[in-house]
Design a protein around this ligand. Structure first.
Ligand SMILES: [Zn+2]
Length: 78
């Protein structure tokens, strides 16, 4: 199910301390929370973004890359 062109690594940059770390994104779920490795701030998606990778990562999450929309934007995804 995974598109081979999809990039699964995204570098999250903490907006509080500027610390950045490359994380591997889950392909089957959105990550709503991310704790900064450095300052332990719990990051949440910005309004309109579906996950922390879309808000703070160098790459948006896989569903967005594949133009499938994300869990938040699907009205009847289940
Ligand atoms: Zn931080």
């Amino acid at each position: 199910m995974t598109d081979p062109a999809t990039t699964l690594e995204s570098t999250i940059t903490c907006p509080h301390c500027g610390h950045s770390k490359t994380e591997v994104m889950p392909t089957d779920a959105c990550q709503w929370f991310y704790e900064c490795d450095d300052c332990q701030t719990l990051l949440r998606p910005k309004p309109g973004d579906c996950c922390v990778f879309c808000s703070y990562g160098s790459m948006p999450c896989p569903p967005i890359q594949a133009d499938r929309g994300c869990c938040e934007t699907q009205t009847n995804g289940h």
